[in-house]
Design a binder for this molecule. Structure first.
Ligand code: 2AL
Length: 174
């Protein structure tokens, strides 16, 4: 869809189409609908990111908690969202050895115990080696620093999800 079509969508269709740009947080999409019309894809993305940034820290942590673990139970049981399944698959997380799955599970729960929210990283920009390295490194961060880092990853995930849903201006001109 191009941005003009997006701008013309009803509230219901807008949320149905873009509701999972931030994982399981359709309320964010619902909130930015009233900021139409968007000049372009970048303006839509900026509105989403501004909404996230304006949230109190507890709200940002709430967004992080909507994310499924990487290589976690939802992946094993097939209950990930379509977007998440594709992202985790692209990073090779659906083809881990049993020992790698249990290592991820151990580190994920260590991280959650330390910070109170799950480890979030843009899987499409990583692979299993860089994900594990980041997980280990970020476990050493302070809580506020780590929260900000994780929110940046949510924005990267949203950036790629939006690009899959909204044609860029360059494509529109073709
Ligand atoms: C995810 C996910 O589901 N997709 C992605 O890029 N990252 N989850 C996570 N905990 O980082």
């Amino acid at each position: 869809m191009d941005i003009r079509t997006i701008n013309a969508l009803s509230y219901e269709d807008f949320v149905a189409y873009l509701g999972n740009v931030v994982e399981k947080c359709p309320i964010i999409t619902a909130a930015v609908w009233s900021r139409r019309p968007f000049a372009n894809l970048a303006a839509l993305e900026a509105a989403i990111n501004e909404f996230i940034e304006a949230l109190p820290e507890s709200g940002k942590e709430g967004i992080l908690r909507c994310h499924p673990d990487l290589a976690g139970r939802d992946l094993q049981s097939g209950t990930l969202t379509t977007e998440s399944r594709e992202e985790q698959g692209q990073a090779g997380l659906d083809a881990l050895e049993a020992t790698e799955v249990s290592r991820m599970a151990r580190l994920n729960s260590e991280y959650k115990e330390r910070f109170g929210f799950p480890f979030v990283i843009c899987a499409r920009m990583n692979n299993k080696a860089t994900i594990l390295r980041q997980l280990l490194e970020r476990l050493g961060n302070e809580r506020a620093e780590e929260r900000a880092r994780a929110v940046d990853e949510v924005k990267k995930i949203g950036h790629l999800r939006l690009r899959a849903l909204v044609l860029t201006d360059a494509v529109n001109k073709l």
